[in-house]
Write a protein that binds this ligand. Structure first.
Ligand code: 5AD
Ligand code: SF4
Length: 462
């Protein structure tokens, strides 16, 4: 213990949650202890997301709040890490609240940066100067060492962990900031990934989710052999203690698709779940987004997935209001959502990101009101589909990995002190709410479904 406390706030995707878990355990290892709250912390770190402007606005509003706290506690150290740190670099240091700026590739240096800032009361920054340049061997090794040394369970959900399969992205969808903040695509060595999964299994982890921006493109050459995601799933399946394997996010393309589906069908531990964003149902918009498939080809992939993996649950992402999206284009998206029969979908309003091709070349010409209406309409279409699909679970028994007490008050009906409302998920990622003892967190249970809504299955512990 060094007597200093740290509080980390996470914004953004699962990659960020994983980075937060790594940073948190690195700092604990270095003697910091977790602060009960931001108000009591000596160091506050914000792990940030740049994917939409709204995500960045939330961070700035948080920084505004920290600026006020700093007025009464000038010793407080504030660090911005993650995607915004890489995107904005030293501009962030101009903010009164910010002392440390650390990009996603520099998180192995976090302990050093925090310690220097605490001791020398100086601002520190570490970001990648040329983000699209292949990272140096020493940087990759530092990230690998960091990842395997601190690659521990994300303690927030007992029994579950994320493991990075790939870093970065080479896809260059025209709207997307990720290639500019996370750098070029690289696949991690299978041996390192499996080693980590074995350690996690030893610590009681039962569900591992492999992460990559385009995880189905995982490709690692070693001697004569090229490993793909199907190989990783097979190798990870052999790890004792691991019961479920998931992977996110998939890009709609043929490469390796058949092998991955076959692995899902053949390996009992590989969950029958595919998150495969379409983004739009209009071929014109898909081309403008530099997505390399048509709506028809996309539906063809879903058809194949359902034929090879019976009962597979499919989730999607869509964006409404991309530049030039007409009412007809949007209708194409509605049609695609109706045909795709997703378990659920995430729907976003297009947000121009500085430096991306869409922002440089196209006007953000769909009015905010129209984006909002399309967002609501699409959600409504999907909710009806989800509600109908969920009804099929009525009176069925499902196997659930319990996450812990349900946090959403609107779901809070029933439950008692010894048997509060718990939430968990099926292998196919359906959310299940039921009453039971908190000690079940991290365990598998059987639940009989008694009621369903568009978003949730409700049931009774068997
Ligand atoms: N504006 C709105 N949504 C975006 N996404 C990615 N970039 C943007 C953007 N500029 C969405 C995509 C992606 C998800 C993670 O975020 O739908 O799949
Ligand atoms: Fe994750 Fe992308 Fe947001 Fe970075 S910008 S946190 S990679 S979603």
């Amino acid at each position: 213990m060094n007597g200093k406390t740290v509080h980390i706030k996470n914004y953004g995707c699962q990659m960020n949650k994983l980075d937060t878990a790594l940073v948190s355990s690195a700092l604990c290892e270095a003697g910091f202890s977790p602060a009960g709250s931001e108000k009591e912390a000596d160091v506050v770190l914000i792990n940030t997301c740049s994917v939409r402007q709204h995500a960045e606005e939330r961070v700035f509003s948080h920084l505004g709040h920290l600026k006020h706290i700093k007025k009464s506690r000038p010793g407080l150290v504030v660090g911005v890490i993650g995607c915004m740190a890489q995107r904005l670099g030293d501009k962030l240091l101009e903010h009164e609240a910010v002392d440390i700026v650390c990009g996603p590739a520099q998180i192995p240096q976090i302990t050093k940066l925090v310690t220097e800032t605490l001791q020398e009361k100086k601002e520190t920054i570490a970001v990648t100067e040329k983000i699209r340049q292949r990272s140096s061997e020493s940087q990759t090794q530092a990230l690998e060492r960091f990842e395997s040394a601190y690659g521990i369970e994300d303690k927030q959900i007992p029994g579950q962990a994320f493991v990075r399969a790939m870093r970065g992205c080479n896809n260059f969808c025209t709207y997307c900031i990720v290639p500019f903040v996370r750098g070029p695509e690289t696949s991690r060595a299978p041996a390192a990934i499996i080693e980590q999964i074995k350690r996690l299994a030893g610590e009681g982890v039962k569900l591992v989710t492999l992460l990559g921006q385009r995880v189905n493109s995982y490709k690692y050459r070693s001697g004569e052999k090229t490993y793909c995601l199907a190989d990783l799933l097979e190798m990870a399946s052999e790890v004792d203690g691991i019961e479920w394997l998931r992977f996110v996010t998939s890009y709609p393309c043929e490469e390796f698709f058949d092998d991955i589906l076959q692995a899902m069908a053949d390996l009992p531990k590989a969950c029958n779940y595919l998150h495969i964003p379409a983004q739009s149902g209009s071929d014109k918009i898909l081309r403008a987004m530099n997505r390399r498939y048509s709506a028809g080809e996309y539906l063809g992939l879903l058809g194949k997935a359902r034929a090879v993996v019976p009962g597979i649950a499919i989730a999607g992402d869509f964006m409404v209001g991309f530049p030039g999206e007409t009412e007809e284009d949007f209708e194409g998206t509605v049609e695609l959502v109706k045909k795709a029969k997703y378990k659920n979908c995430f729907i976003f309003k297009y947000s121009p990101r500085p430096g991306t091709a869409a922002d440089k070349e196209k006007k953000d010409n769909v009015p905010a009101e129209v984006k909002k209406t399309r967002n609501i309409e699409l959600l409504d279409v999907q909710n009806k589909i989800s509600a109908e699909m969920n009804r099929k679970f009525l009176n069925k028994e499902v196997r659930v990995l319990v996450e812990g007490p349900s946090k959403k008050p609107h779901l809070n009906r029933g439950g008692s002190e010894n048997s509060p409302q718990l939430v968990g998920r099926t292998a196919t990622d359906y959310i299940v709410v039921f009453n039971g003892p908190v000690s079940l967190a991290g365990e598998f249970v059987k639940v009989k479904i008694t009621e369903t809504s568009a978003l949730t299955l409700f049931g009774e512990l068997i």
